[in-house]
Design a protein. Structure first.
Lengths: 255, 483
C-alpha cells in the first residue's frame, strides 16, 4: 500500500488527476448504509491540463437511492453542467430490485434540457426518454422514436454504478461482466467491474483515509476508477478527463 | 501558366493544371471547364430548390482515417461509423488541409486553405472576407444549426456567425460529446420542417488522447507502465513503423515522444481506441435520429475529422506534422439514392477544401468565390471526371506538403532537409528518398507543384489570436521558402 500523499503510486492511478482537490476534501462523517436510502452529491470536474495537475469544477451530480420495503429500489439522478452560453440539465428516475449487485434498473425515464445563457429551455433540444428491459431486450422511446437493443446477461445504467460500487464488498469480490447502458441509452457490451486495490488517500489536514478502489473496463469508455470509504460511501471517481468528488460539509461549517 | 489558365485551374481545384482542364474538356466533362457558380452546380445536376436535401456535417477531432473498423482497424469497434461507410462512399485518399485544429476547421468551413482564412494557428477567427458554411447556406434558404467544438477562435462559442448555436462545451470530449449528440438528435426530431437544414454536429473525441500523450499531464506520468493489469491481453500491437525515424527536418525530428515504455505506448493505443468508440456511440445517436425522422434518403451526411493522431507511428503522439497518421482523415458521404453505396474510393485525392463546394453543389448554390475545393458530387454519383493530380497541406506556418498519387513531398520553412516518400512502395513512410539521385526529377516535379499551388493562393493577413497573444506571427508569405 502506498504512502497517503503519493498520488503517483501505480495503485492510486489515476487519482493524481484530483491532486489539487484532495487536500481540501473533508471526509464524510456519521453512519452510512449503502443498502439503505441516501443521497450523494458530487462535484463534476474536468481534469484536462497539459501543464500539471488541475481540476476544474463544471457541474454537479446528485444520485439518490430510496430502498422500499418491497425489495425494490428507486434511484434519482440529477446532473447539471455549465456550458459555453448555457446549461445542460439531465434528470433520471430508475426502478429495480434493491439487491442487484449492479443496481440494474428494470425501467427508467430521463429528461435532458438545454438552457441558453438566460436560463430559457431550448424546446427543440429537449429529450424525453423512457426505457425498460424485458427478457434481455431494452426498448428506449423518445416520443415517437423507438429503438431496441439486446442485452445478453447482466446489465446496468452507468449512473447506477455510483450505487453498486458501494455494495461490492471489497477484495473478495470477483469481477462482474455486463452490458453498460451509458447515458441511459448507449449499450456497451463487454464491460467489467472488478476490485482494484485498497488505498490510503491523503485528504484535508493530512488525514489518511482508507479506501477501496474498483475499476471498470470495457469498450466505449476509458477506464473508470471508483474509490469507496470504509463505510461503503463512494467518494471519488476518475475516468480519463472526467472526475467526481463527493461534496461534504466542511468541518464545523455550514453545508 | 497564364492568368487565364491559372483562373481555370483554381476553378477546377488545386493540382488541376490547364493541361488537365483542357483534357477534361476534350473528354466532354463540362464540369471541369465551368467556373465556380451556379453554372457548375447545374452542370452536375444540382437539386431544384424544392428538393434540396438536408446537409449534416458530422465532424470529429483527431480521428485518423484508419482508426475505424470499416477502414481496417481491429482495435476499435465502430458499428455506427461502419454502417455510415457501408451505406455511402468513403474516400481513402483523404487529407487534412492542416493537421492542427483551428486551421483545418477553417478550411472545412470555407473551402479555403488556412493561409487564405487567416487561421494559421489555433485560436483565430475566420477572416471576415471568407463566409463560412452557415453564413453561405443560410443566405440561400437553409436553416443552419451548429453544436459542439468550433475553435474559430473559441473552442465552444455561444454565438457563431451564420448559425443558430445549441450550447455545449463542458470539459473535454468525455464530458461534452454526449451533450452534443443528445442536442443534435433532439433538434433533428423536433425541428421545424419548413426548410432544409444544414447541421454541424461537432464532436471532440478522440481528441481527449492529447492529454495522455503529454508527459507533463496527469494520465501518463513517467514510468507508468501498464496501470490496468487486466488489459494486458487486450493491448493493441505497436504499429510497424513505430521505430522508424527517417531523415527529417529538425522540427519534425525533435517531435518524437520520449519516455514511454512499450506498455505505455500500447496503453495509449488502447485508450485511443476507446475514445474512438465513444465518438462512435455519439455518432450513432445522431444517425438514429435521422433514421427515425424518416429523412435518411433526404439528408446528405458528411463525416470527417480535422486531423489524425500519431498513434505511436514514428514514435509520435498528437499531430502538427506531415506524416500520414496526422494527415489522413476520414471523408465519408452518405445519402441513399444520391451517393453511391458501399463504395471505397481509393484513387481520388480529396481534402478538407471539398466540403464547402460539395454541400453547395447539393444545395444548388454556387460556392463562395474564394472557395477552391472541388465538389465531390460527381464522384459520389459514380461519374468519371478528371480530377486534381495533387493535394497540398500545410501545418501552422512551419511547412507544406504535396501529395500525389504515388509520392509525398514535404518541407519545412528554412530547413534544407526535404522529405520524399514513395507511398506505394513504402506506405508507412520509413524511407526518405529525397537525397537519392534517382528521384531528382520527381523531386523537381513536386517542388514545381508546390510552387504552382502557392502561386495561386489568395493569402489574407492572419486574424487575431486569442491564444499566445504576444506571439502573433507576421503575415505569411504567399509561398516559396516561407513554407
Amino acid at each position: 500500500m502506498s504512502a497517503p500523499g503519493n498520488y503517483n503510486a501505480m495503485e492510486l492511478y489515476p487519482l493524481r488527476s484530483l491532486a489539487t482537490v484532495l487536500p481540501r476534501f473533508q471526509p464524510p462523517r456519521g453512519a452510512f448504509d449503502p443498502a439503505g436510502s441516501w443521497r450523494n452529491v458530487y462535484g463534476v470536474y474536468t481534469l484536462a491540463s497539459r501543464t500539471g495537475p488541475a481540476a476544474r469544477r463544471v457541474g454537479s451530480l446528485a444520485v439518490e437511492r430510496s430502498a422500499g420495503s418491497d425489495g425494490q429500489a428507486a434511484w434519482k439522478v440529477s446532473y447539471g453542467k455549465t456550458l459555453a452560453g448555457g446549461t445542460q440539465k439531465v434528470s433520471g428516475e430508475l426502478h429495480g430490485p434493491a439487491d442487484d449487485a449492479l443496481a440494474a434498473p428494470r425501467s427508467w425515464s430521463f429528461r435532458i434540457r438545454l438552457l441558453d445563457g438566460a436560463g430559457r429551455a431550448l424546446a427543440r433540444a429537449n429529450v424525453d426518454g423512457r426505457a425498460a428491459c424485458r427478457d434481455g431486450e431494452v426498448t428506449v422511446a423518445y416520443g415517437a422514436q423507438r429503438r431496441a437493443f439486446h442485452v445478453p446477461g447482466r446489465y446496468t445504467v452507468n449512473w447506477c454504478l455510483f450505487d453498486a460500487v458501494q455494495r461490492l464488498g471489497g477484495k473478495g469480490r470477483k469481477p462482474i461482466s455486463f452490458t453498460l447502458i451509458d447515458h441511459f441509452d448507449q449499450p456497451k457490451p463487454g464491460t467489467s467491474l472488478a476490485f482494484r486495490a485498497e488505498n490510503v488517500v491523503a485528504v484535508a489536514g493530512g488525514r489518511a483515509l482508507r479506501t477501496q478502489a474498483y475499476e471498470q473496463l470495457g469498450p466505449g469508455n476509458v477506464p473508470w476508477v471508483y474509490w469507496v470509504d470504509g463505510r461503503g460511501q463512494l467518494l471519488f471517481v476518475v475516468a480519463g478527463l472526467e472526475g467526481y468528488v463527493l461534496e461534504t460539509k466542511p468541518a464545523g461549517g455550514k453545508p | 501558366m497564364t492568368g487565364k489558365s491559372r483562373q481555370n485551374a483554381r476553378a477546377a481545384g488545386p493540382g488541376v493544371t490547364r493541361r488537365r482542364v483542357l483534357q477534361a474538356g476534350g473528354l466532354g466533362v463540362g464540369v471541369m471547364v465551368a467556373g465556380p457558380g451556379v453554372a457548375r452546380a447545374a452542370a452536375t445536376g444540382a437539386e431544384a430548390p424544392a428538393k434540396r436535401p438536408n446537409l449534416l456535417l458530422i465532424l470529429c477531432d483527431q480521428l485518423g482515417l484508419d482508426a475505424i473498423g470499416a477502414h481496417g482497424c481491429a482495435d476499435a469497434k465502430t458499428p455506427n461509423l461502419d454502417r455510415l461507410i457501408r451505406g455511402g462512399t468513403t474516400f481513402l485518399e483523404s487529407h487534412s488541409t492542416n493537421p492542427v485544429c483551428s486551421p483545418a476547421r477553417s478550411s472545412l468551413m470555407t473551402g479555403c486553405m488556412p493561409v487564405e482564412t487567416g487561421v494559421i494557428t489555433n485560436g483565430r477567427p475566420i477572416h471576415a472576407s471568407r463566409p463560412n458554411l452557415g453564413q453561405w447556406l443560410g443566405r440561400h434558404g437553409y436553416k443552419t444549426v451548429y453544436c459542439g467544438k468550433w475553435h474559430l477562435p473559441g473552442g465552444y462559442q455561444p454565438r457563431i456567425e451564420g448559425f443558430t448555436v445549441l450550447p455545449s462545451g463542458a470539459g473535454q470530449g468525455d464530458l461534452n460529446d454526449t451533450a452534443v449528440s443528445n442536442a443534435c438528435a433532439a433538434w433533428i426530431r423536433n425541428r421545424p420542417k419548413d426548410k432544409p437544414y444544414l447541421m454541424v454536429a461537432s464532436f471532440l473525441q478522440p481528441h481527449d488522447i492529447c492529454y495522455w500523450g503529454n508527459a507533463r499531464g496527469n494520465r501518463m506520468p513517467p514510468d507508468l507502465g501498464l496501470p490496468f493489469e487486466r488489459l494486458r491481453d487486450e493491448l493493441p500491437a505497436l504499429p510497424p513503423n513505430h521505430r522508424a525515424r527517417p531523415a527529417a527536418p529538425q522540427k519534425l525530428a525533435a517531435r518524437a515522444c520520449k519516455g514511454f515504455s512499450e506498455d505505455m505506448w500500447r496503453y495509449y493505443l488502447w485508450v485511443y481506441a476507446r475514445q474512438v468508440e465513444m465518438l462512435d456511440a455519439d455518432v450513432g445517436r445522431v444517425l438514429d435520429a435521422v433514421d427515425a425522422a424518416g429523412e435518411t434518403a433526404h439528408t446528405v451526411i458528411a463525416f470527417t475529422s480535422d486531423h489524425g493522431d500519431g498513434r505511436g507511428r514514428h514514435q509520435h503522439v498528437s499531430k502538427w506534422y506531415p506524416y500520414e497518421e496526422a494527415m489522413k482523415v476520414p471523408m465519408v458521404l452518405s445519402c441513399p439514392g444520391r451517393v453511391a453505396e458501399g463504395h471505397r474510393d481509393t484513387t481520388h485525392l480529396v481534402c478538407g477544401l471539398d466540403v464547402m463546394p460539395t454541400f453547395c453543389d447539393y444545395a444548388g448554390v454556387a460556392p463562395p468565390k474564394a472557395s477552391h475545393g472541388r465538389s465531390l458530387r460527381p464522384l459520389l454519383a459514380g461519374r468519371d471526371v478528371a480530377w486534381r493530380s495533387y493535394v497540398v497541406s500545410e501545418w501552422m506556418q512551419q511547412g507544406r506538403m504535396v501529395r500525389t498519387e504515388r509520392y509525398k513531398y514535404a518541407r519545412y520553412r528554412g530547413d534544407p532537409v526535404e522529405m520524399l516518400f514513395d507511398m506505394k512502395a513504402d506506405p508507412w513512410e520509413t524511407k526518405n528518398l529525397a537525397r537519392r539521385p534517382e528521384v531528382k526529377a520527381v523531386l523537381a516535379e513536386h517542388r514545381a507543384m508546390l510552387a504552382e499551388f502557392e502561386g495561386g493562393l489568395d493569402v489574407v493577413p492572419p486574424t487575431a489570436s486569442i491564444e499566445r497573444r504576444r506571439k502573433t506571427p507576421k503575415r505569411p508569405a504567399k509561398g516559396g521558402r516561407r513554407s
